[in-house]
Write a protein that binds this ligand. Structure first.
Ligand code: ISL
Length: 559
């Protein structure tokens, strides 16, 4: 039983589809997505050919950070439904061959969680569940750390008469992993959901759970103090314990989100032999043209992107390639072109997403090429991070126009606007007033319009996922960079010795709106059959790539 996980690594063969429930589908017309809405759309998800759904948090939450501030780990927020609805979702998903992966947010709870309320009152066993410290000798916060959402990581609580640590919002107090009782409670939470039929967890900011010291941090513009808590020794021990005691006995999958992660750190967290996480979500490949939490942009270089991708693709045992999430701008608006070449660039990015090694994650709406929001001002933005970055930029006296330009490019709300199911008012997402504005381009970009169009972004995602599902090389073959310019990249996927029947693949991508010449050395066999061409190429004799073109060549295996 304890070895179940290694006997069936199902995640190595499937694509995971991420749902951000509040923006996915609203069945009861209150403007917020819900579980019944998801159940009603399961056929649309299964039809893509994916094998699992990662659900962003559905737990009760005061929503300071849209569900990533949880006030009860073992229930469903009434706005999303009930535990009975959740059970129906698991069963209905299973009927369609879909597994459910829960978001596990255990670095922090909500300040409205019963544990925190008891901890404020120093009630055992909760007294030390959080990181409480008295004021410093001058009466201020215990150290100089600054958080992910800007500002001090400490808030004074009148009731307890001490400061508590929060790396995110003040309504997200950090749990204290020096207390063994906390980890035991976390195990109970995980078992609760495993018993309800979930197949694994996406573990939120998992590499910062343990704070090795609360000493002052080194001077830094953002997230000061991080050297005291990123991937500590105790964190690694905690992950091994969760794997041994909870995950492996259930055959469950754990994919961790890790922040400020260099390659050796990522290897340690996800190395198969160390038995910590099965796979890792990292960020650097989405920030090759971004600084400061992606809020400041500079020119894109395809060369830099390939180098970043190669890092994880070659360096990690099992990568989790992705291009979008609820925290990132839409990829077609970022590395693509959401104007003239919208369709072609969305498809090119789909080719990239589906031809990388590992377990790919596809975010809701990516499969129809949804774009960044069309908001015109901060009053339409909901995201706590965007608002805090705005406050910081104001303090730095960044002029209003530039400020909005950067906020609009980097805001997490870009990916959080409701899914565009149809051209109707409400976009088929809701009959009510949506919690976040719907992009006006839903009249043109929507699922219904693409459903039966063989050239649509959706049709290409179906085709690409099917190609990947049928190809051992694309799923697990080696990744070899071939070459890159500022505009174009080429890489090869090379069959493992046992998979040689499938052959090797060469992928060529143009990230610009111009026709670009490519070095002839990138194509080693001009007679290689064309596996996929987004511009209808008949053969592999290619000297230049068309704007945002993607080309996949199949070759006999060199193995
Ligand atoms: O992307 C980020 C850093 O560059 C941050 O926006 C993000 O907060 C960070 O990656 C952690 O994300 C996760 O934990 C947060 C939550 O707000 C995010 O939605 C979640 O994905 C706190 O729980």
């Amino acid at each position: 039983m304890a070895q179940a996980a290694s006997e069936d690594p199902w995640w190595e063969d499937c694509v995971v589809y991420q749902i951000y429930p509040r923006s996915f589908s609203d069945a009861d017309g209150d403007g917020l997505g819900d579980l019944a809405g998801i159940i009603g759309r399961l056929d649309a998800i299964a039809d893509l050919g994916v094998g699992a759904i990662w659900l962003s948090p559905i737990y009760p939450s005061p929503d300071a950070d849209n569900g990533y501030d949880i006030s009860d780990y073992c229930d469903v927020d009434p706005r999303y439904g009930t535990l009975a609805d959740f059970d129906r979702l698991v069963a209905a998903a299973r009927d369609r061959g879909l597994r459910i992966i829960m978001d596990l947010v255990i670095n922090h709870t909500s300040d409205e969680h019963a544990w925190f309320q008891a901890s404020r009152r120093r009630e055992d066993p909760y007294t030390d569940f959080y990181l409480w410290r008295p004021p410093n000798p001058e009466g201020g916060p215990p150290n100089n750390w600054t958080g992910f959402f800007q500002g001090s990581t400490w808030t004074f609580d009148e009731l307890r008469g001490e400061y508590y640590l929060h790396l995110f919002d003040r309504k997200q107090p950090d749990l204290n992993y020096d207390s063994p009782a906390v980890l035991e409670r976390v195990k109970e939470v995980m078992r609760f959901w495993l018993d309800r039929g979930v197949s694994g967890f996406r573990c939120d900011v998992i590499n910062i759970l343990h704070k090795a010291s609360l000493a002052d941090g080194r001077p830094r513009l953002i997230v000061r103090g991080r050297e005291h808590y990123v991937s500590t020794e105790r964190l690694h021990a905690i992950l091994r314990e969760l794997r041994r005691d909870v995950l492996d006995p259930a055959g469950a999958f754990a994919i961790g989100e890790s922040v400020f992660t260099d390659l050796p750190m990522a290897q340690e967290l996800s190395d198969a032999g160390r038995r910590e996480l099965h796979a890792l979500i990292t960020f650097e490949h989405l920030e090759v043209d971004r600084l400061f939490h992606r809020y400041v942009s500079y020119p894109f270089s395809a060369r830099r992107l390939l180098a970043r991708l190669a890092h994880d693709q070659q360096g990690l045992d099992w990568p989790a390639p992705y291009l979008e999430s609820h925290d990132q701008p839409r990829i077609v608006s970022h590395y693509g072109d959401d104007g003239r070449y919208w369709r072609r660039s969305a498809i090119m990015l789909g080719v990239l997403a589906m031809t990388l090694r590992g377990t790919p994650l596809v975010y809701q709406g990516q499969e129809i090429g949804m774009t960044n929001f069309d908001f015109t001002g901060l009053d339409e933005v909901d995201d706590v991070e965007t608002r805090n970055v705005d406050a910081l930029m104001r303090r730095l006296k960044i002029p209003a126009r530039l400020r909005w330009h950067w906020l609009a490019e980097g805001s997490r709300d870009n990916a959080r606007t409701p899914v565009q199911w149809s051209a109707e008012p409400g976009a088929g997402f809701t009959t009510g007033r949506p919690w976040l504005p719907i992009n006006a381009n839903h009249r043109r970009i929507n699922r219904a319009a693409q459903e039966h169009d063989p050239d649509s972004v959706l049709a290409w995602y179906r085709r690409l996922i099917a190609l990947r599902s049928a190809s051992a090389t694309l799923r697990r073959g080696a990744f070899e960079p071939v070459g890159a310019t500022r505009a174009c990249v080429a890489y090869r996927r090379v069959a493992a010795p046992g998979d040689s029947a499938d052959g090797d693949y060469t992928v060529l991508l143009n990230f610009t709106a111009q026709r670009r010449r490519i070095p002839c050395s990138w194509i080693t066999d001009v007679a290689a059959p064309v596996g996929l061409s987004t511009v209808g190429r008949p053969h592999a004799a290619v000297a230049a790539l068309e704007p945002f073109e993607a080309l996949v060549l199949r070759q006999r295996s060199s193995a």
